[in-house]
Design a protein around this ligand. Structure first.
Ligand SMILES: Cc1ncc(COP(=O)(O)O)c(C=O)c1O
Length: 416
């Protein structure tokens, strides 16, 4: 199988060189070139529309990162952008007081999300997970937290501990997804002091295979939270408005006390939510302080209301599940045909092709070659992060992607 030609990313590299003198490391966090494959992926984008991205060198990609999760409809979704522009131009969005849209969005959440009774609105996922922990600590009068999954960059939960006094995270304990035994052990020791158990209800640990809950896992966590009087928080930043309108809690039938939402709720506009049971949420009325200059800005509320309207009207999630399951079935058949040690995990709206670890480390070279071929062919996946499917991925996009996956697998097969 012929090797695909390397992309011309000259302008990206020039901009990156300039950026390194302006921003520490050039770009922050998961957008760093090293988080993809150095020298192969673009670093700066110019435009996007629907399922496609164009970089500053003019390379076009069918994208499966979806802005790291917010893009559930597609890039530059016209109806959403029109609603936002009309709000900005017709009424304004940043004022001295709150506009009415917060009530409309909170009402909508109570209809859709099983655990939702009262809501507060913030900007980022990290804002919301941190707020949920503060609320749970105020409600229980306890300090310790059990956590499972990535919950953002704030002091209590970020993996890289540089710049954080240990006392900010020493009361936070981690357990792994589907390992009820680990949580049982932690709760046997610290249960009476535990304020919250915060977890992603669907398993998407960073850089690892994705996991659905094993029978009894979510129910077991719910029982432990009840037994010890801890607040159960579902971090549905990635799964909310993606697995179901009511999130993974609707799909799997287990209801937490608090739910954290973000990403897909507004198709890219910045808004996040803590929503949950009234008695717990009421802590945010007067027992603690959560407020920020931009939290009430209405353009993101308008975007969320319009996004939810489209998701419901066009049965978007049904569309994504239906085409995604077909797509995954075909990927699986290709993996079975080429047998290069690649695995497919996840569910139709979010899935991941990983390579089975081996002692020689060949899996890393195979992974690099596979994803290098894909990006060179114009298919934007990440070797270190799962993929998403959006409403605007067409059958044609998915068929083109399958061909590229097959060619990339054939290339790896031939080489190893
Ligand atoms: C499950 C989960 N929780 C929390 C966060 C933090 O959200 P943000 O990056 O918007 O602060 C993320 C971000 O990727 C996430 O995936």
């Amino acid at each position: 199988m012929k090797e695909a030609q390397k992309l011309n990313i000259t302008k990206s590299l020039e901009l990156f060189e300039e950026a390194c003198g302006l921003v520490p490391g050039g770009v922050l966090g998961a957008r760093k070139p090293g988080d993809f494959i150095n020298g192969e992926y673009p670093i700066f984008l110019e435009t996007g529309e629907g399922s496609r991205l164009t970089d500053v060198d003019g390379n076009e990609f069918i994208d499966f990162l979806c802005g790291y999760g917010p893009i559930i409809l597609g890039y530059r979704e016209q109806e959403v952008d029109d609603a936002v522009c009309a709000q900005i131009k017709g009424k304004g969005f940043c004022f001295t007081l709150t506009q009415k849209y917060q009530n409309e969005l909170a009402k909508k959440l109570t209809e859709l999300v099983p655990s939702s009774e009262l809501s507060i609105f913030l900007k980022t996922g990290s804002d919301a997970t941190t707020a949920s922990i503060r609320i749970a600590r105020a409600y229980t009068g306890r300090i310790k937290v059990m956590r499972c999954g990535y919950h953002g960059w704030h002091d209590w939960c970020v993996e890289m501990k540089g710049g954080i006094p240990p006392k900010f995270y020493e009361d936070v304990f981690e357990f792994q997804y589907n390992r009820l035994d680990q949580l049982e052990e932690l709760m046997a020791t610290y249960g009476q002091e535990t304020a919250a158990i915060i977890m992603t209800p669907f398993g998407h640990p960073n850089h690892q295979k994705m996991q659905e809950p094993e029978p009894g896992f979510l129910e077991g966590v719910r029982e432990l939270a009840d037994k010890y009087g801890a607040v159960l928080v579902y971090d549905e930043i990635r799964t909310g408005f993606r697995l179901r309108m009511g999130g993974a809690q609707e799909l799997y039938g287990v209801t937490p006390d608090l739910t954290v939402l973000g990403k897909a709720i507004a198709n890219g506009y910045p808004i996040s939510v803590v929503t949950g049971k009234k008695d717990v949420m009421m802590m945010a009325e007067s027992n603690l302080f959560i407020s920020s200059t931009f939290f009430p800005n209405s353009e993101a509320f308008v975007a969320a209301l319009k996004t939810i309207e489209i998701l419901e009207r066009d049965k978007v999630l049904e569309n994504i599940w239906e085409k995604g399951e077909r797509f995954m079935g075909k990927i699986r058949a290709l993996l079975d045909k080429y047998l290069v040690g690649a695995e497919l995990t996840g569910v139709a709206p979010m899935f991941y092709i990983t390579f089975e670890k081996d002692e020689t480390g060949a899996y890393k070279r195979k992974r690099k070659d596979f994803y290098t071929q894909l990006i060179r062919k114009g298919f934007f996946f990440s070797p270190h992060h799962h993929a998403y499917i959006s409403f605007r991925h067409t059958e044609e996009d998915l068929n083109l992607t399958l061909t590229a996956i097959e060619e990339s697998l054939a290339y790896v097969k031939e080489k190893y």
